[in-house]
Design a protein around this ligand. Sequence first.
Ligand SMILES: *Cc1c(COP(=O)(O)O)cnc(C)c1O
Length: 303
Amino acid sequence: MDFKLKHSINQQVSLVKEMDVELFIKREDKIHPFVSGNKYRKLKYNLIEAREKGFETLLTFGGAFSNHIAAVASAGNLLGFKTIGVIRGEELEDKILENETLNFAKQNGMQFKFVSREDYRNKTSEAFFSALKKEFGGFYLIPEGGTNALAIKGCEEILTVTDRAFDYICCAVGTGGTISGLINCSKLSQQVLGFPALKGDFLQQDISKFVTSANWDLINNYHFGGYAKINEELVTFINQFKKSNNIPLDPVYTGKMMFGIFDLIHKGYFKKGSRILAIHTGGLQGIKGMNSVLKNKNLSIIE
Ligand SMILES: *Cc1c(COP(=O)(O)O)cnc(C)c1O
């Protein structure tokens, strides 16, 4: 794994002609086989910093299907860092092998610490941090979801000069780091639209802290009930989209964003003749885990 500046291709998405807008998707999911999409961008400058400061261990936080946990485990393995994942949910301790994401992280050498939901909520407290330090010694701390100033700096490298020809830049939103980087590297005449993958009133404020311009908005109607919540309609859309464009979408982030973009196009939200660029932030490792859940409920799966 190296940190040379990488650029991914923009692929056109097929739309009905009458819609009179053009839609492209930036294939950041293809940027690395395991550290894909925005997680590569967000880790880049953090890992350079960790290496420069002489850290041997990375410690971070995440849930059972976290793309971030998978990315940190893989990047750590490739770059020679030890990795520790503090995982939400004590019950998962016995289920590592059944859980695709945790199993992948383990294969990449990640050591886990499973904590209760209550402890997990307090993970940013001073007491929790000292306990971790006592247990694991020194480590480079990467916050949940990987968002910090260095992560945003990495996300400022997603757009290229030719992307200035787009009127709208769209991305999925979790903690808001990725959209912050996109806003910072967009032109003021471009509108950056975020599609939160969860219900979160805090996002508007969190993002405001990292950006200086106002050419952005959050579209809050497409979270499908909350983080990692999905329904039949979304699964059908993801499968249909893949059939038409040969592009896979993940169910937690990019599927919801693209569903939202299509719905807004149909409702005439975008100006006639607009050129829209959607960022494929990756996350495809999460499909297997979601499919296990869907199978258990006898629902149709993501193909
Ligand atoms: C983590 C993730 C996001 C959310 O990124 P934030 O910077 O936390 O907003 C979006 N898409 C995918 C695929 C992700 O894995």
